[in-house]
Design a protein around this ligand. Structure first.
Ligand SMILES: Nc1ncnc2c1ncn2[C@@H]1O[C@H](COP(=O)(O)OP(=O)(O)O)[C@@H](O)[C@H]1O
Ligand SMILES: [Mg+2]
Length: 260
């Protein structure tokens, strides 16, 4: 495996100013290698989503930098332009927010296929159906609108849409939080398959079971600071930081193996 694909160096994010100031991410550094799955865990409000948005180029850090293949993700003030555009794709907790309610799953994926593969207009539909099938969405369900699909199906449509860019890195922010346990297991197994195909995954979750199932390395975020980082099994079995210890003992999902 080559060097890291994505590197964050000393990232700070400060929202607001004066008395309303929130220092959401503090001096956070991280690296993701090709084909690697890393986890980011922490309690609600610890800065996980903010940091994920920084990696995705959706939130400009107040200071610090994010590199993709050793180059800043910013070109003339804009994130992931040109060749980098397709490389990092994000899926969110609530796919309702990212799927247009008025168009079918197939149209949503086809739109993205055409956007990222301009040469593919004619077989965009075929490619989209293949991506959806890979995510376990049948042709029949592909022709439904988001509200006619289950939460798990919607989430898998969002992933299919993200994959249409043929990214190197998939950033998933609490992708399993809004879906039931069998849908969670199905999604995690699909993520495992994607990892096997060489994709890198950054999985943000407050569910340690989900993190344990999928990731090989984990970063523990507390009030915007990475307080601990290491191989997931080691960190969870032998936490070095008091906060990690408390998380492990207070957060549900410690027995994900039972459900997957
Ligand atoms: N756009 C924003 N403006 C102001 N404060 C924000 C904004 N986004 C997040 N925050 C604050 O930053 C902190 C971290 O939030 P977030 O990254 O959503 O945490 P998490 O995803 O771990 O729950 C919280 O205190 C939150 O209120
Ligand atoms: Mg969040």
């Amino acid at each position: 495996m080559s060097g890291p694909l994505v590197v964050a160096r000393s990232v700070n994010v400060v929202f607001g100013s004066g008395g309303g100031m929130v220092h959401a991410v503090k001096d956070a550094s991280l690296s993701v290698s090709a084909g690697e799955a890393i986890g980011i865990v922490g309690e609600s409000g610890s800065g996980k989503s903010t940091f994920a948005r920084v990696l995705a180029g959706l939130q400009r850090p107040t200071s610090g930098e994010v590199l993709f293949s050793n180059e800043s993700i910013y070109t003339k003030g804009k994130a992931y332009r040109g060749d980098k555009r397709r490389e990092v794709q994000m899926v969110f907790q609530d796919p309702y927010g990212s799927l247009n309610p008025r168009i079918t799953a197939l149209s949503a994926v086809s739109e993205a296929v055409k956007l990222y593969n301009p040469g593919s207009r004619n077989d965009a539909q075929e490619q989209s159906l293949a991506l959806l099938a890979r995510m376990g969405v049948s042709e029949k369900d592909s022709r439904k609108k988001p509200r006619q699909l289950s939460g798990g199906q919607r989430q898998r449509v969002s992933v299919a849409r993200a994959l249409s860019a043929n990214p190197s890195v998939l950033l998933a922010d609490e992708p399993t939080s809004a879906i039931d346990q069998s849908a969670q297991a199905q999604l995690l197994n699909l993520f495992r398959g994607l990892l096997g195909d060489g994709l890198s995954i950054v999985l943000v979750s407050h569910d340690l079971g989900v993190i344990r199932y999928l990731t090989s390395r984990v970063y523990v975020l507390k009030s915007g600071v990475f307080v601990e980082e290491g191989p997931t099994g080691e960190v969870f079995d032998n936490p070095q930081h008091e906060y990690t210890h408390t998380l492990i003992n207070s957060i549900p999902g410690r027995h994900v193996a039972d459900r997957t």
